[in-house]
Write a protein that binds this ligand. Structure first.
Ligand code: PMP
Length: 447
């Protein structure tokens, strides 16, 4: 292609034209092969080109691709909602389908506010959240996001929702360690609630494992339980943003399940359609939906393409594939394998500060000094360089944290399709090591 009129993101600078994908691999038009160690943006959870999904989509397309949700429902949408209710814990039984993660978190936010309104409480309309978080790019979702870089240009249009520190143990603001810290970062929520007033707060939203803003930051053991208890004690709903962590990414349908927490509302996206079709969902518990059904009867949200049969058929096929092949059962052991290999790299490369994450959502944070944990200067653009070097070697990794736009340390996410084999994991580590070796040479030369 000689000329492109496509508006492109500027992160990487090189835009190969994709030809096709197969399993964990992508092939560009020049015949270059890439191992997709990011599942795109933590999305292609079952790999590329899976025939069963394509077949299910084709069968649906032969019948009907689109109907408008207030005129018709469809078998695909009904079956998908039923499947989600079956796979999710507790009584998270009610799916509202949308087309992106941003729409899912924003719908969750609106559902929470509506829930209180239906109960006759109209003052509870603030949503609290954390710094170092990302809940989406639309204005409501961005208001909830503790991501200064992505907020910066639009601050006048946003609500100031983020209020507390994240459970970022590698850079603990209190310079303490869990559990001796007694989860001060969770207790900040209680302080914020007391300051603002529980009567003004509808919900608290958090990613169980922090993705794009932080680089797979997983919380210490009792953190999420502590958060849920504070929410319950103060009559505040807990929304889990599982757009990145959901649909099996950490070895369970929801990451929240690892800590025995059942949220009131969950946002799903990315892995739900696994990249085969744009689809996301806000999933509410019986408790949330009952007053809405008894009151105005409709959730005050929705998009033209919400619950379109085409996307629903794709997502249903993805969930059936996960179940049938018991994909989630191997995620934890695969994650442990990769993590061990990454730890070995940490002992070989001084600029690796932290290895973290859960299941197949792993993060690597880069530092200028392993002992002091001093981050690289922002203008060194280390995340961006790592992403470029990996891509040159034929490895796709996902940029996170400050590397994108100045939130905290530089980090990348390693999140291959859940279907990755041991041979492919070894190749992933080999390619990553190659990229780190080049970086190592570059940085030594620049000193
Ligand atoms: N929430 C989380 C946790 C995410 O990781 C993302 C996407 N990175 C979003 C919401 C927004 O999803 P989308 O890009 O599909 O709008």
């Amino acid at each position: 292609m000689e000329q492109s009129y496509l508006i492109k993101p500027m992160l990487d600078g090189s835009y190969p034209v994709i030809d096709y994908g197969k399993g964990v691999y992508l092939y560009d038009k020049n015949g270059k092969k890439y191992l997709d160690a990011a599942s795109g943006a933590v999305t292609a959870n079952i790999g590329h080109g899976e025939k069963e999904i394509i077949k299910a989509m084709e069968e649906q397309a032969q019948k009907v691709s689109f109907v408008y949700r207030s005129q018709f429902t469809s078998e695909a949408a009904e079956k998908l909602a039923e499947k989600i209710a079956k796979l999710l814990p507790g009584d998270l039984n009610w799916s509202f389908f949308v087309n992106s993660g941003s729409e899912a978190t924003e719908t969750a936010m609106k559902m929470a506010i509506q829930y209180w309104q239906e109960k006759g409480i109209t003052t509870k309309n603030k949503i609290l959240s954390r710094w170092v978080s990302y809940h989406g790019i639309t204005l409501g979702a961005l208001s909830m996001s503790g991501h200064p870089g992505r907020r910066a240009r639009f601050v006048p249009l946003l609500e100031e929702f983020p209020v507390i520190h994240p459970p970022y143990c590698y850079r603990c603001p209190y310079h303490l360690e869990a559990p001796a810290c007694q989860y001060l970062c969770a207790r900040e929520l209680e302080t914020a609630i007391n300051r603002i007033g529980a009567d003004k707060i509808a919900a608290f939203i958090a990613e169980p494992v922090i993705g794009a803003a932080g680089g797979a930051i997983s919380p210490p053991k009792d953190y999420l339980k502590a958060i849920k208890k504070i929410c319950d004690d103060h009559d505040i709903l807990f929304i889990a943003d599982e757009v990145m962590t959901g649909a099996g990414r950490t070895g369970a349908m929801l990451a929240s399940e690892h800590w025995g927490v059942i949220p009131d509302i969950v946002a799903l996206g990315k892995g739900l359609g696994a990249g085969y079709a744009p689809i996301a969902a806000a999933v509410a518990s019986d408790k949330i939906i009952e007053p809405i059904l008894a009151g105005s009867k409709v959730v005050m949200s929705g998009h033209t393409l919400s619950a379109n049969p085409q996307s629903c058929a794709a997502a249903l096929a993805v969930l059936e594939y996960l179940e049938k092949n018991q994909i989630m059962r191997t995620v934890v052991s695969k994650g442990e394998f990769l993590r061990k290999e990454l730890e070995k790299l940490k002992s070989q490369f001084w600029f690796i500060g932290d290895i973290r994450g859960m299941g197949l959502l792993l993060g690597i944070e880069f530092v200028e000094d392993q002992t002091s944990r001093r981050p690289f200067p922002r203008n060194a653009q280390v995340t961006q360089r790592m992403v470029e070097l990996a891509k040159e070697k034929g490895l796709i990794v996902y940029p996170a944290g400050a590397g994108i736009d100045g939130v905290n340390g530089d980090s990348i996410i390693i999140s291959p399709p859940l279907t990755i084999t041991e041979v492919e994991m070894n190749e992933l580590i080999y390619l990553l090591k190659e990229a780190f070796s080049v970086f190592s040479k570059e940085i030594n030369l620049s000193e």
